[in-house]
Design a binder for this molecule. Sequence first.
Ligand code: Z5A
Length: 207
Amino acid sequence: MFVTLEGIEGAGKSTLMNLLVQELEKRGLPFVRTREPGGCGLGARLRPLLLDVSSSLDSRAELFLFLADRAQHVAEIIRPALERGEWVLCDRYADSTIAYQGYGRGMDADRLQELNDHATGGLWPERTLLLDLPVEEGLKRARARNGREGLSTSEGRFEAEELAFHQRIRQGFLARAVRWPERFCVLDARRSPEELLKAAVAALNLD
Ligand code: Z5A
């Protein structure tokens, strides 16, 4: 079962992922937990280039780095795990490219869909949990967490974008959820982590 978690920055993907992993462990289900960018060796090297505020990437170069990461990630990690019959839980995947590079940066969404098909050999998740909340709330959470945990501010190339950029991304994710209602499950990310876990467990038929 291939599951992705999507949403704007600070939506609570990592928090929900931590809780979901415990549910899979409790049930003895084999799984791989991974993320983009950075879920494979190549991605780990690309991640700083993609997120560092000091890299001045052209938006097309940025797009192809995300796609290169994804192609390798699918070939090296995701597809083999699915072939072994394991669950794959992935924090961000192709929908992020269409939301960020498409709706955010203004690239053509249909073309990005095709490029993603090419990069992944047509592999799309069976279920996508979209954590939705107002952009101001997400950014506030992310900044508070970074301050609390003393996280590097250099990984802030996207965070540094204007509010309207993040709002377009939120709308982009929601538009995709309307287009693929059988794949997407939209969760109100203002709810508590425990309530979100309950909804996610139901959406994944784990209960
Ligand atoms: N990107 C792209 O442009 N194109 C692509 O194709 C791909 C990615 C794949 C990756 O950033 C960036 O790359 C991302 C999109 C772009 N940039 N942005 N923006 P990343 O991997 O470094 O970070 P992220 O994916 O944006 O996630 P995040 O900021 O780490 O947030 P999160 O995982 O969704 O949230 P969290 O860490 O679980 O929670 C944030 C805080 O809120 C934390 O203090 C929690 O304790 C708190 N929290 C969490 N859940 C709750 C609830 N339910 N209530 C209250 N508080 C909560």
